[in-house]
Structure formats: C-alpha cells, structure tokens
Design a binder for this molecule. Structure first.
Ligand SMILES: [Ca+2]
Length: 191
C-alpha cells in the first residue's frame, strides 16, 4: 500500500516536472538560465521529499515487522552478534541499539524481548563505558539519565564495558564482555 502511494507520488512528480519544463520553455525564453535554476531547485526539493517518503516507508515496515511503543519502533535481531557488530547492524537499518529511558520503556522493551528473542536470557542495549571506565554513556557518548542495574552491577571493571538487559528478573542490567555474542533489539525513533 505504502509502495503504491510512493509510486503515485513519483508519477505525480514526473507530471509536475514535465509541466514545469513545458511552461518555462514557453513563457521564459529569455530567462533560460533562471528557468533552469528554478527547475533544478524544484527537482532537488522533490528529491528530498521522495527520500523523506522512502524513510517513512522503511520506518513503517520496521514498525509492522517489530513493535511500536511510545514514540519508538523496536525490531528484534534474528541472530547473535558482538556489541559492535550489533550496533553497526542497527545503524545500517537506520536505527541504533535500543536504550530504555524510563521504567516504562524498560518494561515494554522486556515484554517485546520476551516474545521475540525466544531462548535468550539477555540482550545488548545501547549503553557502554568503553571510553571512560565506570562512566556509562549512550551511543552518542551522552551520560544516561535512567539506569536499571542489577544488584552489584556494573562490576566488570575494564574487562566488561557493554551493557545487557536481562529478559527475566525485571530487565535488570549487567555489564558484559563486548566481544560476547548476544541477541539485540534495534530502536527507530518515529519523527
Ligand atoms: Ca567497564
């Protein structure tokens, strides 16, 4: 359905463009330079709109395949990866590793994890202290405002710099060895 809409939009763009071209060649014979410039701007604008629509469509696909909670869509990984590879996979899909930013979000994420990551006991989240030992930050390097560490966690020191959330036990977090392979959930922000 969204694909058909996009196609219609592209068709409409082509019609508008050909009308614009026809008009400018008829009515502005002496200002072809300016006409060309206008046309170029128009094409750039349409191109940006097409790309925005493509992004929206991709996001809809993600939300349909995964789940939509608050202003985020979550999509569970099919395989296990180490922390870096997991994060890169999420980025390649236009998202990031999920980060629960409140108890509410943590609960939603955990119930999605429960049904979509069957067999896993925990999953990577976008929280780590790779840069400065003991200072846990999100994927932009900003300090995190919400934490849900398990008792006595984080305790891995410089050996364990990547956070995972448990699927049982209220979704409590622990620091783990980043090289370990785990399932993960990518998050996509809905504009
Ligand atoms: Ca650490």
């Amino acid at each position: 359905m969204a694909g058909a809409k996009l196609l219609c939009f592209v068709c409409l763009c082509v019609v508008i463009l050909s009308l614009t071209t026809a008009q400018s060649s008829r009515s502005k014979p002496s200002k072809t330079g300016k006409g060309k410039e206008d046309l170029k701007n128009e094409i750039d604008k349409l191109w940006r709109e097409v790309n925005a629509l493509k992004e929206m469509q991709a996001l809809q696909t993600v939300c349909l395949k995964g789940t939509k909670v608050h202003k985020k869509c979550y999509l569970a990984s099919k395989s296990q990866k180490n922390y870096h590879a997991a994060n890169e996979d999420c980025i390649a899909q236009g998202g990031t590793l999920s980060i629960p930013q409140s108890a509410d979000e943590g609960n939603s994420l955990r119930s999605y994890a429960k049904k979509s990551l069957s067999g896993a006991k925990d999953f990577w989240i976008g929280v780590n202290d790779m840069t400065t030992e003991g200072k846990f930050v999100d994927l932009n390097g900003s300090p995190i405002t919400y934490v849900n560490w398990d008792r006595n966690e984080p305790r891995g020191g410089t050996r364990e710099n990547c956070a995972a959330a448990s699927i049982g036990g209220q979704g409590k977090w622990s620091d783990e060895v980043c090289r370990n392979e785990k399932r993960y959930i990518c998050q996509f922000l809905i504009p």
